[in-house]
Design a protein around this ligand. Structure first.
Ligand SMILES: Nc1nc2c(ncn2[C@@H]2O[C@H](COP(=O)(O)OP(=O)(O)OP(=O)(O)O)[C@@H](O)[C@H]2O)c(=O)[nH]1
Ligand SMILES: [Mg+2]
Length: 494
């Protein structure tokens, strides 16, 4: 490892475009190399104190500003510098070339952060958060990355690992004296500690779903009968004509996905093919996809057609409900309520009293005479579903935008939306998730073993493995191989 960081590396740290570009240099020879490449005005880099900006000229290339950072007070913990130059691709590549000709090596992806980790400036989870921070494109993703970068996340895992160490030491005590057949470790205390640790690990592992949703978008499936207005709703939410809309039932055949940020949380909307019996083979494949998308979503917007008669709407609702996975948030909307504006107000009294007469006159009047509370009760009964207290179908018009603000609010306030929006410690990284799952399995075995009265000796191995798994998250023990895999997904210059 020492050999790895004994050289000095350089890389561009800013993307293409803009007026000014940044080039980073880090390693023991940073200042001597700079003094060979840059003609500084007033003193050289080697004798400059840290946290200074020096002005200089790279002959025939550019005038530059160079930020000086002295070890250990730098991002990498090494002597390092940041060169600001004009952002011409020629200038940037010429400076990098000069730096390399004078002793630098081109840095690999994430090499600066890798050095920061190896020099003890941050732990591995924090290093990974650097990449997440750069990739964060919503407030929620940013918040999680910052939380992890500041070390709160690692702190939580460390304290969890410490409690496992306590369990291990209690067991080892028992081990040392096992010949005397004395159980020093108080097994009920062990059990309590273990069950706390397991609950915490389970919570963290479970949070991966939400953590992942923050990165990739909370999946929201828009489902319902053919022609209910699902694609119109998707377009209205996005504010663009993304999906094809037509009055021909069966217009959408394949799922259409698009992301949108609401209240700082990224949502991934999935418009689906309308649920109906179909003899068309392709449409049937699309409908299968709709069903699978409903079962995989965190949130389902069930679109009901206000112009359909109650019997049809009830059936449509049941179709959706029967495919929901447990724990999915269902937001039922009654779409096309604008269409009723066409019914003259003087007809309304008659409308309520003589349902059938009006149905003949306005064939498309659907469920309008039902207020949302009654409609909800009807649907609950038919779909054999209990809705939470105060739950009501939401009236909307995808065409006019009526009710959409309320729909957005309900999305943000849904369980999935809230989980992504609050400050809980969430796991967003697959590597961490896998380590937690390993620890979870190990501790499960320890717990079973305790139940069966196994000796500490037999339990210790699984416990040690769990401790190691947790430690691997913040990089207590790592190999070059693991580090290679982590940092290869970083960008150059970070
Ligand atoms: N009046 C009114 N018509 C609407 C509204 N939303 C959709 N429509 C109409 O309903 C018809 C079907 O709309 P789509 O958005 O294609 O319906 P869909 O649910 O995606 O249909 P499929 O893809 O076939 O399953 C179109 O003629 C839309 O213009 C609405 O809010 N009010
Ligand atoms: Mg459609």
């Amino acid at each position: 490892m020492a050999a790895y960081i004994s050289d000095t590396v350089c890389a561009p740290a800013s993307g293409r475009g803009g007026a000014v570009a940044l080039i980073r240099v880090s390693g023991p020879d940073t200042f001597s190399i700079l003094d060979r490449v840059v003609r500084f005005r007033g003193g050289n880099a080697a004798s400059a104190p840290g946290y200074r900006i020096k002005f200089g000229e790279i002959p025939e290339v550019d005038e530059v500003l160079v930020g000086i950072f002295r070890a250990p007070h730098s991002y990498t913990g090494e002597d390092s510098a940041e060169i600001s130059c004009h952002a011409s691709p020629y200038i940037v590549s010429r400076i990098l070339q000069l730096l390399c000709e004078n002793g630098c090596r081109s840095a690999g992806p994430g090499e600066f952060t890798r050095r920061a980790f190896l020099n003890g400036k941050m732990d591995l989870a924090q290093a990974e958060a650097v990449a997440d921070l750069i990739a964060a494109d919503t407030e929620a993703a940013h918040r999680i990355a910052v939380n992890q970068l500041r070390g709160q996340y690692s702190l939580r895992l460390r304290s969890l690992r410490d409690s496992l160490l306590e369990i291990a030491s209690l067991m080892e005590l028992e081990l040392d004296f096992s010949e005397e057949d004395v159980e020093f470790a108080d097994r009920s205390k062990l059990r309590a500690l273990l069950s706390d640790a397991r609950a915490e690990i389970a919570r963290l592992a479970d949070s991966f779903k939400a953590g992942n949703a923050i990165k990739n978008g909370v999946p929201v499936t828009i489902a319902g009968a053919a022609n209910a207005g699902k694609s119109t709703l998707l377009n209205a939410l996005l504010g663009e004509d993304r999906a094809i809309v037509s009055d021909i039932p069966g217009t959408t055949r394949d799922t259409v996905e698009e992301t949108l940020t609401l209240g700082g949380v990224l949502f991934r909307f999935i418009d689906t093919a309308g649920l109906r019996e179909s003899s068309d083979a392709i449409e049937r494949i699309g409908i299968e996809r709709s069903c699978s998308s409903i079962s995989k979503a965190d949130i389902v917007i069930g679109v009901l057609d206000a112009l359909s008669p109650l019997e049809t709407v009830r059936k449509d609702c049941r179709e959706i409900c029967s495919r929901l996975s447990p724990g999915t948030d269902l937001i039922l909307v009654r779409n096309k309520v604008d269409a009723f504006d066409a019914i003259p107000p003087e007809e309304f009294p008659r409308f309520d009293r003589s349902y059938g007469v009006l149905e003949l006159k306005y064939p498309a009047f659907g469920t309008y005479n039902l207020d949302p509370a009654r409609l909800t009760a009807e649907l609950a009964e038919y779909a054999d579903r209990t809705f939470p207290e105060g739950y009501q179908v939401l009236d909307i018009s995808a065409r006019t935008g009526e009710g959409l603000d309320e729909l957005r609010r309900r999305l943000s306030e849904s369980r999935a939306g809230e989980l992504c929006g609050n400050n809980a410690t969430l796991v967003t990284n697959l590597r961490h998730y896998e380590a937690l799952r390993t620890a979870q399995d190990d501790l499960g075995r320890v717990s079973d073993g305790l139940g069966h009265g196994l000796t500490g000796e037999l339990l210790a191995e699984d416990l040690r493995s769990a401790i190691q798994s947790l430690g691997s998250i913040f990089g207590e023990v790592t190999t070059d191989d693991i580090l290679g895999r982590i940092f290869e997904r970083f960008c150059i210059g970070k």
